[in-house]
Design a protein around this ligand. Structure first.
Ligand SMILES: Nc1ncnc2c1ncn2[C@@H]1O[C@H](COP(=O)(O)OP(=O)(O)OP(=O)(O)O)[C@@H](O)[C@H]1O
Ligand SMILES: [Mg+2]
Length: 575
């Protein structure tokens, strides 16, 4: 914990000091009340009462002021710690790649980033106060009690030793249950996130009732774990209160006898009882401290589980630094074999090269490894050394930013942010002017559509661009890549939702841009590939054919089959 507080030492110690003053002022009050009690009915005691009253008022004021201070300082500190942890988590998540996001659910990550961090914040504010009060106020109260009577104090606090056992008994259970509660919350949040983002699927398959039931069961599970945690917490509080009650009984019994026998003054007994009851809060604070800390620590563990991950894809220690950003790029894949984890190879002995100014088409069946190849090219997936080279240099030797600056990549699944069209298209460089943005949209054959929109470039897109058609979304992401204008263009099946006429318009308008670019176009339709200088056919992770459209037709192999099948489908479609 200290590693998070360290940065805010000053705030931390000022608030502890304020806390100390609050506790100390509070503890002086019973002593004055005891004195008042003992002087009751004596001659000339009025002046004494008046002064005592003023003292109590002064102490009350100091409690008021310092309580205000510790709150603002400690809460400020805990909010800052919260921000640090959340930012650190976010920055960390930014460095992770598909290797990580493939395994983790968005809902779970959201739960950790929001709910768990709230528990951590509570640990750093009220958690600290409860520990402080439990320890410092507890000890100070004990000190005041001892100053009255040692034997008396021992009798009063002896039941409190039971507390050690109670605390030990509850601590572990609360920690374990807290982890479970947080884990169930993650499940709930994953469920909600998936059902809402997949609500089209859910509705079209009439799954509402089933999803209600499934949700009810996840939600019941969360409730159940929370109730169990609540039960244990209640038991802890109740046990503490019970132990205090035993102490009270003992003090009243022994103290009462002493007062009757004239050993102790009434005032002292009253003051002593006040102190004993002032022990209630530190005792309960132990309970709070345990709850808040166990929940907070459980949450911290969950957050640190994420921040503890090492990103798989990182900058190399001694990166290759090109003197200036290359204008053109020659791409070479050398005998690349790749598999996910221990699985069977997805790509096997793939060799491929693209020279500047060349457009290579890649075609292959569903699941043949096309997208995987492209992700390897942009280091979204990790590849071994000496398998992929850009301008003759192993891509693993580039800094990630330098490498990715070389690629204009249109991913297979168009992703749009819920901001304006302008911000989506000019995402790479928000300083670009409207003219440039419109030009890119024109090339992607979208300018007409945008002009028809009421707010033009300022039109807001819904989450993931829900208010656009599939083809519009694809063209939006094509425009984004055009605007980036890197030397290497990759289109991963980016024309699949675009009709052939529009596709032709787009590719024709891109021809001048592609003059000295290296271009890789992945497609299922042969029509998309007619602009390619060379076509590569991938099958089950292996390159089975390579050549121009004409050459491949003449070879009468896999490409020829695809060609005939598509021609037949087209003919059937027309009839
Ligand atoms: N993260 C992953 N973990 C494990 N296997 C994966 C992962 N991503 C893809 N695969 C597997 O790798 C194979 C190739 O997938 P890939 O996405 O490269 O195919 P593709 O050629 O792009 O297919 P499509 O034409 O449908 O886009 C598939 O069999 C798929 O199941
Ligand atoms: Mg794919």
């Amino acid at each position: 914990m200290w590693k998070y507080i360290k940065k805010y030492k000053l705030l931390f110690f000022i608030s502890l000091l304020a806390l100390l003053l609050v506790d100390f002022s509070q503890l002086l009050i019973p002593r004055i009340i005891g004195q008042i009690y003992d002087t009751l009915g004596e001659e000339g005691s009025f002046r004494f009462f008046l002064i005592s009253g003023l003292k109590i008022a002064g102490l009350g004021l100091s409690v008021f002021a310092f309580r205000f201070f510790w709150r603002i300082f400690l809460i400020r500190m805990s909010r800052k710690v919260e921000r640090d942890i959340r930012e650190n988590l976010f920055y960390r998540l930014l460095t992770f790649s598909q290797h990580f996001f493939g395994k983790w659910n968005t809902g779970d990550l959201m739960a950790r980033a929001i709910n768990d961090i709230n528990h951590i914040q509570r640990m750093f504010s009220f958690g600290i106060v409860s520990i402080f009060d439990a320890v410092v106020m507890g000890l100070m109260t004990l000190g005041f009690m001892l100053s009255y009577d040692v034997k008396f104090t021992l009798i009063a606090v002896s039941p409190l030793s039971l507390l050690t056992f109670v605390v030990l008994y509850f601590e572990k259970r609360i920690h374990r249950l807290s982890l479970l509660v947080q884990n169930r919350f993650s499940r709930l949040s994953t469920f909600v996130q998936e059902d809402f983002s997949g609500n089209f699927v859910l509705k079209s398959l009439n799954r509402e009732e089933e999803e209600k039931n499934r949700f009810a069961s996840v939600s019941r599970d969360y409730l159940d774990k929370n109730v169990r945690l609540g039960r244990i917490q209640a038991l802890l509080h109740a046990s503490i209160t019970f132990i205090i009650a035993i102490s009270n009984v003992l003090v009243i019994y022994v103290g009462g006898k002493n007062v009757i026998n004239g050993i102790t003054s009434k005032g002292d007994l009253i003051a002593f009882l006040s102190y004993l009851n002032m022990m209630v809060w530190p005792m309960i604070a132990i309970g709070f401290a345990i709850n808040i800390h166990q929940r907070g620590r459980a949450s911290l563990e969950r957050v640190e589980e994420l921040t503890g991950y090492k990103p798989v894809i990182t900058d190399p220690p001694n990166p290759f630094l090109p003197e200036k950003k290359p204008e053109t790029l020659s791409v070479e894949v050398r005998d690349l074999t790749f598999s996910f984890g221990e699985g069977a190879p997805i790509l096997e002995n793939v060799s491929l090269s693209i020279a500047p100014g060349e457009t290579v088409g890649l075609i292959g069946r569903i699941g043949s490894g096309k997208s995987t190849l492209v992700k390897l090219l942009s280091r979204l997936l990790k590849t071994g050394d000496d398998t992929i080279f850009f301008n003759g240099v192993d891509i693993n030797r580039y800094k990630l930013n330098d490498l990715r600056a070389l690629i204009s990549y249109v991913p297979q699944e168009p992703f749009l942010f819920s901001t304006t069209i302008r911000e989506n298209v000019a995402y790479y460089d928000t300083s670009l002017d409207d003219e440039a943005v419109m030009e890119a949209l024109r090339k992607a054959d979208l300018s007409g559509t945008i002009e028809e929109m009421p707010a033009g470039l300022d039109t807001s897109l819904g989450e993931r661009g829900v208010n656009l058609s599939g083809g519009q979304k694809q063209r939006m992401t094509i425009a984004r890549a055009i605007l980036k204008d890197a030397p290497f263009f990759i289109f991963d099946d980016s024309f699949s939702s675009i009709d052939t006429d529009t596709e032709e318009r787009i590719l024709t308008s891109l021809a001048p841009l592609f003059e000295n670019k290296s271009v890789l176009i992945i497609a299922h339709r042969i029509s998309t590939l007619r602009y390619a200088d060379r076509i590569v056919v991938l099958d089950e992770g292996r390159i089975v054919e390579e050549g121009t459209h004409q050459e491949l037709l003449e070879a009468r192999g896999a490409y020829y089959d695809i060609f005939n099948r598509q021609k037949l489908e087209e003919k059937l479609g027309r009839e």
